[in-house]
Design a protein around this ligand. Structure first.
Ligand code: GRF
Length: 207
């Protein structure tokens, strides 16, 4: 049976789109059983609907307390039998209890080479701004498991992207995003096929 995945996204959702395309192309063997977005206007909702994937608008701000939000989120994940949580540009921190319960079953993609240019506040154009301001010669993509610290869990895959003398944060972001689309599915497929395992901070196996 295919791995049951939930995708969480806040914004454009181009990574979510790329994953759906890979599934359609027959490269990625998972089931997308749930989409959760915290911004009702996110284009990813439309894409989920088109594919008949249950889509839920769920945001911590809808709830009276962190506890009630966590309970609802947890219940929804169980109702849909979610086995892997895929963060695809999701800007909210997941509740600690969900991170604990889904240990090494939550993945995230970061538009830089961790552990550099990561951590709280390092998202979107902030990453590319910082890479260029620092004068780094390579940037790239990191797919990692999520743990209790921002951008910290075991790294599943990294791909490099050269920083050109002519780059500004926008041009660099464009090239990095293309590599994100070309590589996120590979990490997820490796998990789905049981090809990787986690030993302390290291992910062992072929992606
Ligand atoms: C990507 O750059 C990803 O690395 C980061 O958020 C961005 C999401 O882009 N976590 P999109 O919404 O998938 O287009």
């Amino acid at each position: 049976m295919a791995l049951r995945c939930a995708v969480f996204a806040s914004g454009g959702g181009s990574n979510f789109h790329a994953l759906l395309d890979r599934k359609q192309a027959g490269d990625l063997h998972v089931d997308f059983v749930l989409f959760i977005g915290n911004n009702s206007g996110a284009p990813a909702f439309e894409r989920a609907k088109k594919q008949a994937i249950p889509a839920l608008h769920l945001a911590p701000s809808h709830f009276a307390s962190e506890e009630t939000y966590t309970e609802r989120l947890s219940a929804v994940l169980h109702e849909h039998g979610v086995e892997l949580i895929i963060l695809a540009g999701y800007m909210k921190k997941l509740p600690l209890s969900v991170i604990k319960e889904f240990r090494y079953r939550i993945v995230n993609i970061h538009p830089g080479l961790l552990p550099s240019f990561g951590g709280k506040g390092m998202y979107g154009s902030h990453v590319h701004d910082a890479v260029i301001a620092y004068g780094a010669k390579v940037s790239g993509v990191t797919v990692h498991f999520v743990d209790e610290e921002y951008d910290h869990g075991p790294i599943i895959l990294q791909r490099t992207v050269e920083v050109l003398d002519t780059d500004d944060p926008h041009t660099l972001a464009e090239r990095v995003l293309k590599v994100e689309h070309a590589s996120y599915w590979q990490a997820i497929e490796a998990i789905a096929q049981g090809r990787i395992k986690v030993e302390k901070q290291r992910v062992i196996g072929k992606v």
